[in-house]
Ligand binder design. Structure first.
Ligand SMILES: NC(=O)c1ccc[n+]([C@@H]2O[C@H](COP(=O)([O-])OP(=O)(O)OC[C@H]3O[C@@H](n4cnc5c(N)ncnc54)[C@H](O)[C@@H]3O)[C@@H](O)[C@H]2O)c1
Length: 357
């Protein structure tokens, strides 16, 4: 593939930014030209190899002076929309963190601006890169489970319940838009679409805030006004029923993201902690064994599949910019998930099912 030189910049130098740099800056022909973050540059998370990259606290000035071809947006959710529009205006392709935006209208505006600018837009749905998720997707597309019957998804974390976890933008609805629902739920929503290709027809949900205050860095107690727990039900294409639960306050769970899918010929499950294995009972094994068996055996992924490697996420956009046909989560995927989030918020307010598209 042609390695056109590309100038690359990052906006928001917090926890997720090193992953963007790890996947993008290491690719051939990439020059990291600028960093921008509203906070004191001394507090930014910069690896030693990027210590000399020019640092700005003014995002617009950074874009104007460094003229990047590609920008990663790694700020709190509230700023994804404005910085995407600004980066596009300055002629850059954009890869943005999830959830894409605070509202459906914002996400629609981002996709419209991207299309008008003729640029690529990526959303970092990072689980699309996990080998077991990609393998499960291939099995399902090949019809290994037959017609799909049911989906169950859990995404459980505990971090917010820990006293050592301080108040942050994630606990402020005006900056985050959502709590567990937008932070973890959006991975569940995209994950089911990625694995099955089934879209969301209608949804209904409930959310709760079970940890209602946190201490900030100064030791002051601050109210948490985002959801710490959410549960929802979806009807997918073809009438398939999917159930979802997510929380940031389940003691004992670090990062437990599991998707289970049954079809008429078998059941499979993938788990974030086991990226090279899949729980699967299907096809031939169902005729070989009695179907009353309730255990789902863990199988290691075939080494030839693992050997094929994966497009780096979020770095796959670099290949797209250079003209390769690559499968990566786009703004259209971000918008699809945002519409489901928006419908869930409406449902949580009204108590009623919300129909999509
Ligand atoms: N894909 C994933 O799995 C994944 C994982 C973690 C975080 N995220 C997403 O990444 C984004 C950032 O999360 P994080 O954990 O890195 O947060 P963080 O708090 O560690 O970092 C955010 C950074 O943005 C900066 N910032 C805040 N307001 C700004 C502004 N107005 N202009 C410029 N910079 C500003 C902060 O100073 C901070 O350095 C969020 O959208 C989050 O949902 C995604």
């Amino acid at each position: 593939m042609e390695t056109t030189p590309l100038r690359y910049a990052v906006i928001g130098l917090g926890n997720i930014s090193p992953y963007h740099l790890r996947d993008i800056a290491v690719q051939p022909g990439i020059t990291v030209v600028g960093f921008a973050d509203a906070a004191d540059p001394q507090t930014w998370k910069i690896a030693p190899e990027h210590a000399a990259v020019p640092r700005y606290q003014d995002v617009e000035k950074m874009l104007r002076e460094t003229k990047p071809d590609l920008v990663s947006i790694c700020t709190p959710n509230k700023f994804h929309h404005a910085y995407t529009l600004l980066a596009l205006k300055h002629g850059a392709h954009v890869t943005c963190e999830k959830p894409m935006a605070m509202t459906v209208a914002e996400a629609e505006g981002m996709e419209a601006a991207r299309a008008a600018a003729g640029k690529h837009g990526g959303i970092n749905f990072s689980y699309r890169n996990v080998a077991s998720f990609r393998f499960a997707r291939e099995l399902l597309a090949a019809g290994e489970l037959g017609r799909l019957m049911r989906v169950n998804v859990t995404y459980l974390q505990s971090f917010l319940g820990a006293p050592a976890t301080l108040y942050s933008w994630r606990n402020d609805a005006s900056l985050a838009g959502f709590g567990a629902l937008g932070d973890l739920g959006v991975h569940m929503i995209d994950g089911v679409y990625f694995l099955t290709g089934l879209d969301y027809r209608r949804v209904v949900g409930l959310a709760q805030t079970l940890v209602t205050e946190k201490l900030d860095a100064a030791g002051v107690s601050r109210p948490v006004n985002t959801d710490t727990n959410a549960a929802f039900l979806a009807e997918l294409t073809g009438g398939v029923v999917a159930t979802f639960e997510t929380t940031q306050v389940a003691p004992g769970y670090g990062n437990f993201f599991r998707i289970e899918i049954s079809g008429e010929k078998g059941t499979l499950a993938v788990l974030s902690d086991q990226p090279e294995a899949i729980w699967l009972r299907s096809g031939a094994s169902l005729t070989k064994y009695a179907t009353w068996k309730t255990d789902l055996p863990l199988q290691q992924l075939p080494t030839d599949f693992l050997g094929r490697g994966a497009p780096p996420t979020p770095g796959a956009i670099v290949h797209a910019i250079r003209g390769a046909k690559v499968d990566f989560p786009t703004f259209a995927d971000g918008l699809r998930a945002q519409r489901v989030l928006g419908a869930l918020l409406d449902s949580m307010k009204s108590g009623a099912w919300q129909t999509l598209g």
